[in-house]
Design a protein. Sequence first.
Length: 272
Amino acid sequence: MGPLQHVPEAGAIARYEHDVHERIENFNDPRQEWRRLFSELLGTFFLVLVAAGAGMMNAAFPDSISRSAAVVAPALMVMAIILFMGKVGGAHLNPAVSIAFALRGDFPWRRVPGYIVVQLVGATLAALFLHAVLRVSSQHGSNYPAHGFSGGAALWMEIILTMGLVSVILGTASGAQNVGILGAFGVGGYIALAGLWASPLSGASMNPARTFGPDLVATNFTDLWVYAVGPIVGAVLAVGVAYLLRGRGGDRNAVAAAEGTLVVDVENSRPS
């Protein structure tokens, strides 16, 4: 007898709610945690590969990558990652996003450290790969305040940009919106739009891991504080905005979006 046959025939809504609840329970199965951590590592690796790769490629091959291409490429990569493995672990790809989901009540705090660690590892591996292949410093792929502008100006820009990004992520994940897979286009579209107009000042990082990886490989941490503090403060503000707009978090749709809905091999991995 299949799992849905245990549900009284109360219509499509009851079946849908049961399916979401079962997927959340599957997420809590610790035997599946390695898959989610691996998906975060792999996803962040590909994101930073493209985001840092544009600047490093331009250093290796001068004037080969335009600014527009450099900011749109990571947005397209994020869309692809969400679409192809967002259901495995939520496709956070960003410590600020993991913290925001936890503050919102959509993601358990006990899982946040693991997610952040693998995000930082994935970003570092991408920077190491680019450095080895292109033979240029990874500082060309990092983010810095524009010449003539202070770290404070870049900090404020990162705060505002990240508040907008995380607001889009939380909004598209909520039960109030529930746009499903279309959330990937909303998130990717926002990243591209923010980069197109704001990257000249701060680089439009909006992601501590994206800047940490190249900085670690280049051993240059001069402005890392801007790109660590700014996105986290922006994410906290976005959680406040989400509360004002929609009240408390933790609804089933948002939890499923934040945690992932992996069901592969759950039944097969249970002892008979």
